[in-house]
Design a protein around this ligand. Structure first.
Ligand SMILES: CC(C)(COP(=O)(O)OP(=O)(O)OC[C@H]1O[C@@H](n2cnc3c(N)ncnc32)[C@H](O)[C@@H]1OP(=O)(O)O)[C@@H](O)C(=O)NCCC(=O)NCCS
Length: 340
């Protein structure tokens, strides 16, 4: 027998964004000696000049709480009004319970639906896709989406392939109902035949007893840089173009391009391949933030809006891609200029 309930859908939008960057700024010069590298090489090959690294007593949840608190204030929404929290991360040091449940306790609404998603650097864009559908289908009224990482706990400072790339931070958005469609359809998928290209190997026996990276063998992230680079450059531009078309737009209708901040050469190559016009502002947060995986897109969004407030309320293409290899992209209307 068919069920009887309201099956109508509504529109949704990003109401606000919030960001948290740890206070400690680490320049390339602090990293290069251990990996026989140079400031010049890192800048030329990746665009990175500095990154933020959390202190030993600053947790992933501390960073997420700070970013979420700003996003909630800017949206004018209390935590009691949030019915679901989606936390994208690969660096929460427990398989269960989730980072999202720790966060809702901290934020004072331990009754909200809460879960984590493991989609690495695509995690935030996966979260936007899920939150959009939850709001559209009326499963949730307001959804808090967090992308947060403490990658410094999982990066070997002596690994020449990763030590200069990864960094820490958290970003958050509040997604809620809208009069008009302001989040476009998500183009997502995987190239899982290359799932070995980025790996984090846990050594749980040591790891679960350890309080800090220094006190035991923590899992380290490892990557085949060139495999990831080629995949991103060749495969992500068509996904971006599909996301623009699915939103009913042309590249010239965009005001901004906010891709995952993995490597500035990847960012430039994608913009060229998609033939984005000069008028499209490109997020280059990687220069001072490094690669913060799931946090990178919301951090880059916040930085772009801070430096160019005229972009509030304009359309931006988001694309996240990373370990899996997985990806997701969508066009969104950037949140309005906050009044609080
Ligand atoms: C990691 C990355 C910057 C490396 O750049 P690359 O141009 O592919 O570097 P390669 O590994 O081909 O090495 C090129 C040269 O630089 C050298 N090199 C490698 N790492 C180096 C380092 N940290 N410092 C200085 N030199 C380095 C290599 O020895 C090699 O030297 P050679 O030409 O004399 O043999 C690049 O592959 C990349 O950004 N990939 C994408 C990674 C990514 O985005 N990961 C996150 C997932 S979302």
């Amino acid at each position: 027998m068919a069920l009887h309930f309201d099956t109508s859908v509504r529109n949704s939008r990003i109401l606000s964004v919030g960001a948290y960057r740890p206070a400690r700024v680490v320049p390339n010069s602090e990293i290069v000696d251990r990996i026989e590298s140079s400031d010049e090489w890192i800048r030329q090959r990746t665009g990175i000049e500095t990154r933020h690294i959390a202190s030993a007593d600053e947790s992933l949840i501390d960073m997420a709480e700070a970013a979420a608190t700003i996003a909630l204030r800017r949206a004018g929404i209390t935590m009691e009004q949030v019915s679901a929290v989606i936390f994208a991360t690969i660096t929460y040091p427990y398989q269960a319970p989730s980072a999202a449940t720790e966060l809702i306790v901290r934020l004072g609404n331990p009754k909200a639906a809460a879960f984590d998603i493991s989609a690495a650097c695509a995690g935030f864009c996966y979260g936007v896709a899920l939150a959009n559908d939850l709001v559209r289908a009326k499963t949730a009224e307001y959804v808090l989406v967090i992308g947060g990482e403490k990658l410094s706990d999982f990066t070997n400072p002596d690994d020449r392939a990763t030590a200069f790339i990864f960094a820490d931070g958290a970003g958050a958005v509040v997604i809620g109902p809208s009069d008009e469609p302001r989040i476009g359809p998500t183009m997502w998928g995987a190239s899982a035949e290359s799932r070995d290209a980025i790996l984090m190997h846990p050594s749980w026996l040591d790891y679960k007893k350890a309080d800090t990276r220094e006190s035991a063998a923590w899992p380290d992230i490892a990557q085949q840089g060139q495999t990831v680079f080629r995949w991103a450059v060749y495969e992500m531009a068509p996904i971006g173009l599909k996301a623009i078309a699915a939103a009913g737009l042309q590249p010239e209708d965009l005001a901004a391009f906010i891709p995952h901040q993995a490597n500035e050469r990847i960012i430039d190559s994608l913009a060229r391949s998609m033939k984005l016009p000069e008028s499209v502002q490109i997020a280059r947060d990687i220069r001072t933030t490094g690669n913060t995986s799931a946090a990178s897109v919301p951090l880059a969004m916040d930085a772009l809006l801070s430096s160019q407030p005229e972009l509030h309320g304009k359309n931006a293409l988001l694309i996240g891609f990373g370990a899996g290899l997985v990806y997701a992209g969508q066009v969104v209307e950037l949140p309005p200029l906050p009044t609080k």
